[in-house]
Design a protein around this ligand. Structure first.
Ligand SMILES: C[S@@+](CC[C@H](N)C(=O)[O-])C[C@H]1O[C@@H](n2cnc3c(N)ncnc32)[C@H](O)[C@@H]1O
Length: 260
């Protein structure tokens, strides 16, 4: 016993339990084997900061969403790839609206939860694997629930954006939810940003791992960046930053459009 987590499908296990809690069906965390306990996503940062957040919101129905989620789905048009579909909350509404939507995720458990909730078209792959293999083309790519973070940083961004472009139809768009991290004066965060910059990383290039019960993920980079930094990352890619909606600042919705 090292105290280190076993590497596993953290997101999948967590969503499966969150679904069991919300439906009352299936095994779920219980205090003393009887009383329901909330399902909490534990996020560890590599400076030792630990945060916990209830996982239930990944299953929220539209009436409980943030306003920017509604504005994001209202911008969707055409065949849509929901990248990091999670528990399927966005894909389910799109299906209801008659939008052809594919949910892609690296978590087998998350996809099982999506399937049980009624999402029909699901893919278990990374963006790069899917772009190389599928031959399918999309008009809209969604990166919601802060999934702009999947562009990771300066090295990964061009590869990730090229993979999306390889699956894009002419005139395609990316709608991405991000968070501008630089409004904070909390020294825990400002010193993390400074330390990152000293090492040549973007200030908000987080090094994280997720934990749930005895499971953990590998450490991975997840980017929280300002719209200005995003514009720099997109520059020179097949996309251009067409719009930033920051009505819910520090959250924003970035729309990228395929150039050419
Ligand atoms: C923060 S959740 C967002 C879920 C969903 N988009 C929402 O708004 O409710 C992140 C999701 O992205 C998935 N994910 C993480 N890394 C991924 C990757 N490289 N490619 C595809 N999906 C990934 C996770 O398994 C998880 O389901």
């Amino acid at each position: 016993m090292t105290g280190e987590p076993r590497i596993g499908d953290v997101f999948g296990e967590m969503l499966r339990d969150a679904l069991a809690v919300s439906t009352g069906i299936g095994p779920r965390p219980l205090a003393g084997g009887r009383l329901p306990r909330p399902v909490i996503e534990i996020i560890e940062r590599d400076d030792g900061l630990v945060n916990g957040a209830p996982a239930a919101h990944y299953l929220d129905p539209p009436q409980d969403w943030q306003p920017h989620d509604h504005r994001a789905v209202d911008r969707v048009r055409g065949a849509t790839l929901d990248v990091g579909v999670g528990g399927g909350r966005i894909a389910l509404l799109l299906q209801e609206r008659g939008v052809p939507v594919t949910g892609l995720d690296t978590s087998a458990g998350a996809l099982q939860v999506c399937r049980r909730r009624g999402v029909r078209d699901l893919v278990h792959a990374t963006v790069d694997e899917y772009a190389g293999a599928s031959g399918r083309r999309y008009d809209t790519f969604l990166l919601l629930g802060n999934n702009l973070g999947l562009i990771e940083g300066r090295e990964r961004a061009p590869v990730f954006l090229a993979a999306l472009a390889a699956m894009a139809r002419p005139g395609a768009q990316v709608i991405a939810h991000g968070t501008d991290p630089y409004g904070t004066r909390d020294p825990v965060h400002t010193s993390y940003h400074e330390n990152n910059r000293r090492r040549g990383r973007l200030g908000g290039q987080l090094r994280l791992r997720l934990r749930y019960r005895e499971l953990g993920t590998q450490w991975f980079d997840y980017l929280v960046c300002s719209p200005g930094e995003l514009a720099e990352l997109v520059h020179g890619s097949p996309w251009q930053l067409a719009d930033v909606d920051d009505r819910d600042a520090p959250y924003y919705l970035a729309t990228l459009r395929l150039t050419g």
